[in-house]
Design a protein around this ligand. Structure first.
Ligand code: ZN
Length: 358
């Protein structure tokens, strides 16, 4: 996710903080300062640090449960709406997703119960409200964890409650339909919550609604794409009718190629047909303006581009294409021969066709 920064790493998972989370921390400290000066600002900051730790423990509930099912978690991002553990993949079994979704709230419940017992054994009375006089900090944490628990169990996908709902729906209706229904409900709740936040002037609620809405549509789209591409290999989804540019060609020659057809990205090959790089339309335009039409393709192209084998599976190929930030990747077989071009346009067309054919 953009605007997030890595602050540490625990058990193979990067801990990232989104800039909006830092804004909330700053706002909170400022509120404390305005109410009681530096001491209150420090107390506010400490309270937030504890909250931060509780949210992280909640996320590691998800992460460790996911690991039990062989699903790794490359990173967890802290947003104002809580944490988002980015699982490598959705587990195959809806039952596994159910357990992963419930593990976070279970940790939060455990924290709340333990802190509550600590308070009670401290002999300060039974009610959390009464305790807040004597033990403001712990009582605050108990309250916050109960709030976190209830909030996360709202069935607004992709929040935990929504994931539980998706898992239950997926076990009966399949992953795609289950996700579609859960995401629609999540977005509806986000719109209602966002409108309520607007009328009540609750900026945090509006922010939460915004993240839930975006998260629901992104996850639903990812599930649909994966389902549509299931079983496909690069060899079936690459462009096979394409032209290459010799590495000794001039930009003027490349311009002629670009204007003579629909192709936008050209593999650049040496005398033996080996791929040296890719000349994108942007490369070409930039090279023309900086060095002129008589300059060489070799200086203008993007060199050392990653190649993909024709036997690579759909999801892995899509991930590599996205990670490369290039519009096309050369497809090269085991003998080193350039056999195709993997482009997002072609993948989109293929998925549309597969969906139309059911
Ligand atoms: Zn959670």
């Amino acid at each position: 996710m953009q605007w997030s920064y890595t602050i540490g790493r625990i058990a193979g998972t990067d801990i990232k903080v989104h800039v909006t989370f830092l804004l909330v921390v700053g706002w909170w400290a400022l509120m404390g300062y305005s109410q009681g000066g530096p001491t209150a600002a420090l107390a506010s900051a400490l309270a937030l640090l504890a909250l931060f730790a509780c949210v992280l423990l909640h996320e590691f509930g998800h992460i460790l449960m996911a690991r039990r099912f062989g699903v790794r978690t490359p990173d967890v991002i802290l947003l104002p709406i809580g944490g988002v553990a980015r699982l490598e993949r959705i587990p195959e079994e809806p039952r596994q997703e159910l357990l992963i979704a419930l593990a976070g709230p279970a940790v939060t419940l455990a924290i709340a119960v333990i802190l509550y017992l600590v308070l009670r054994l401290g002999g300060s009375g039974a009610q959390v409200a009464e305790l807040s006089e004597h033990q403001p900090f712990l009582a605050f944490l108990v309250t916050v964890n109960i709030y976190l628990l209830l909030f996360n169990l709202i069935p607004a996908f992709p929040m935990d409650g929504g994931r539980v709902l998706r898992a239950l729906l997926a076990s009966r209706l399949g992953l795609v339909r289950g996700t579609r229904i859960a995401a629609t409900l999540g977005q509806s709740l986000a719109v209602i919550g966002g409108l309520y936040g607007l009328t009540r002037e609750e900026p945090l609620l509006i922010l939460v609604a915004f993240f839930v809405f975006l998260g629901a549509s992104a996850e639903a789209a990812a599930v649909e794409t994966r389902a549509a591409g299931q079983g496909l290999q690069v060899g079936q989804m690459m462009v096979t009718n394409f032209r290459t540019v010799p590495i000794h060609a001039t930009l003027a020659q490349a311009v002629n190629l670009l204007l003579s057809g629909e192709q936008r990205e050209f593999p650049v090959v040496d005398n033996y047909g080996r791929t040296e790089g890719i000349l994108t339309r942007d490369n070409l335009i930039k090279g023309l303006s900086q060095r002129g039409p008589d300059s060489g393709v070799a200086e203008a192209m993007t060199p050392n581009v990653p190649t993909v084998p024709p036997t690579l599976g759909f999801q892995e190929a899509l991930d590599r294409l996205r990670a490369s930030h290039l519009p096309a990747l050369p497809v090269v077989d085991v003998s080193g021969t350039l056999v195709g071009l993997l482009t997002m346009d072609n993948i989109t067309d293929l998925l549309l066709i597969r969906r139309a054919q059911g």
